[in-house]
Design a protein around this ligand. Structure first.
Ligand code: FE
Length: 132
């Protein structure tokens, strides 16, 4: 099954806010400390702001001190990575496996059990609090 989302650039521009579009479709980075999701500590799921795919559980969120929402692992199969050589650095870029929207980067300086830090733009995410 091919569950990937294909939209034209113009369709994305219309369906997202300016900041979501800049991050998700133009590999932008939000200013550190500006996302309300930095302080989100309720149980729930963080979804892709582009296509709604579930990306991260609150169980893996932690305070990295970076100013961006940070997680030590994504949900299985929800993200893919690629090498990003922009800004005179080599980083690992993280994007949604469904709509390919840019989410942020992953760095090998996270906490156990994975040692990974998924440094995400809050603008690329949508939080769904757990209902019960
Ligand atoms: Fe997506």
């Amino acid at each position: 099954m091919n569950d990937e989302i294909a939209k034209t650039d113009e369709e994305w521009r219309k369906s997202l806010t300016d900041e979501q579009y800049r991050v998700l479709r133009r590999h932008g980075t939000e200013r550190a400390g500006t996302s309300a999701l930095n302080d989100e500590k309720r149980p729930g799921l963080f979804r892709c702001a582009g296509c709604g795919q579930e990306l991260f559980s609150s169980d893996t969120k932690y305070e990295s001190g970076s100013g961006w929402p940070s997680f030590w692992a994504p949900l299985v199969g929800s993200v893919d990575t690629s090498v990003d050589r922009s800004l005179l650095m080599t980083r690992t870029e993280v994007h949604c496996s469904r709509c390919q929207g840019h989410l942020g980067h992953v760095f090998p300086d996270g906490p156990l059990p994975t040692g990974q830090r998924y440094c995400m733009n809050g603008a690329a995410l949508r939080f769904d609090p757990k209902q019960d």
